[in-house]
Each structure stands twice: as structure tokens, then as C-alpha cells.
Design a protein around this ligand. Structure first.
Ligand SMILES: Nc1ncnc2c1ncn2[C@@H]1O[C@H](COP(=O)(O)OP(=O)(O)OP(=O)(O)O)[C@@H](O)[C@H]1O
Length: 189
């Protein structure tokens, strides 16, 4: 569903090394590498939000894509519940872990950071998308959250969803991903 060849992506200037990358439906691929190597930029390029400087990027025509970024949704002061957030992406609350299912009607700004993060993640993961891009999804999650997320990634992949996960959490990557692409530090000048 996605194929990149010698792809260099960036913003005002190139911000990644040249990457070869391919993803098939039903696959979960981990993307690892040091801080600043360009992992988030690569996801942004896949989502059409960052520029392609050289190489090629092909996405299956009509592909529905959902991207989770490291930014927190701007919910402070808004009368929005978890259920409202999920409704925005068409994600069902069915299957939420018990520690969140109980709180799905609470205002988002009354939840803990980890609870809010998991709901935002759920909203992306269970959106009607063929390709899901996740950026550091285990940040803020406890061990139960990581286990629940891992199980649900596998479930979404079994449904045919392709998933790319950027993560520094090597135990999570080993448990969740079918294979790993390591990005290495580069000289963009
Ligand atoms: N929105 C943006 N606009 C301009 N430059 C950006 C933007 N996002 C990232 N960059 C730059 O792109 C380069 C790569 O950053 P990126 O966030 O892609 O790295 P990363 O590998 O995901 O890092 P980390 O592991 O720290 O999250 C950095 O030099 C960064 O300053």
C-alpha cells in the first residue's frame, strides 16, 4: 500500500536520510533511530504533510490514512468527552480497556495525561483507515496500556490495516512489530 525509494523528506530543507521503505496491508512495521534523525518527518511525508525533496513515494490510490502525532489534542477548557473525541474519527468505544471504558463520558480535561493519550490513540487506531501511522504511541502509557495497545495493533493488522510505528521503546517494538526499519544518522548539508 506504500512504497518509498531513496526518499528524502523534510520541511524548508531535507530532514531525513534517503530511505527505502515498503508496507503491505496487514503489516506492522517499526521505525526506529536516534532523536532528530527524521522519523516523525518521514511519517509526515507519508501523510502528505512534509515535503519530498528527492526519491519517490507511492501510496495506493484512494488509501485512507490516519496519523497520530506527538501533539496533544487541544482540549483544555472545552466541554468534550472521550466519547465526543472518538465520534470525531468514527472510532467505536467498544474494546476500550476497563480503566477507560468507565471514564469515556468524562470531560477530556478531567482525565490523566495517560488516559487522554490512550483515548487520542484509540481515536486514530480505530478510525476507518487503511494505513495508520503512530508516533511514539507508548509515551505516557503504563504496562497495562502498552499490553492493550500491542494486542489492538495486532487486531487492526488482522483486519488488513497497514501500520507504521515510530518508537524508542524496544520491548514494545519487538512485541508489536513484524519487522523494523532502523533510520541512521545522516548529514543533510
Ligand atoms: N514541523 C517542522 N518544521 C520544520 N522542521 C521540522 C519540523 N518537524 C521536525 N523538523 C526538523 O526535522 C528534523 C528531524 O526531526 P524529526 O522530528 O523528524 O526527528 P525524529 O527522528 O522524529 O526525532 P525524535 O526521536 O526526537 O522525535 C529536526 O532537525 C527537526 O528540527
Amino acid at each position: 500500500m506504500l512504497r518509498a525509494a531513496a526518499l528524502v523528506a523534510g520541511w524548508m530543507q531535507p530532514a531525513t536520510p534517503a530511505i527505502d521503505f515498503a508496507l503491505a496491508a496487514g503489516e506492522i512495521v517499526g521505525l526506529t533511530g536516534p532523536n532528530g534523525v527524521g522519523k516523525s518527518t518521514l511519517l509526515a511525508a507519508f501523510a502528505g504533510r512534509a515535503a519530498v525533496f528527492s526519491g519517490s513515494l507511492e501510496l495506493q490510490p484512494g488509501l485512507r490514512l490516519a496519523l497520530q502525532t506527538q501533539d496533544v489534542p487541544p482540549v483544555d477548557g472545552l466541554p468534550l468527552s472521550g466519547r465526543d473525541l472518538l465520534a470525531m474519527t468514527g472510532a467505536s468505544p467498544a474494546g476500550l480497556p476497563p480503566w477507560l471504558a468507565d471514564r469515556v463520558d468524562w470531560r477530556l480535561d478531567r482525565l490523566s495525561g495517560g488516559q487522554r493519550h490512550y483515548l487520542a490513540l484509540w481515536a486514530v487506531l480505530h478510525a476507518p483507515a487503511d494505513l495508520v501511522l503512530l508516533d511514539e504511541p507508548t509515551n505516557n502509557l503504563d504496562a497495562a496500556g502498552v499490553r492493550h495497545l500491542t494486542a489492538h495493533l495486532h487486531e487492526r493488522a488482522r483486519e488488513g490495516c497497514g501500520i507504521v510505528v515510530v518508537s524508542h521503546d524496544s520491548a514494545f517494538v519487538a512485541a508489536a512489530c513484524d519487522r523494523v526499519v532502523a533510520m541512521e544518522a545522516h548529514d543533510v548539508d
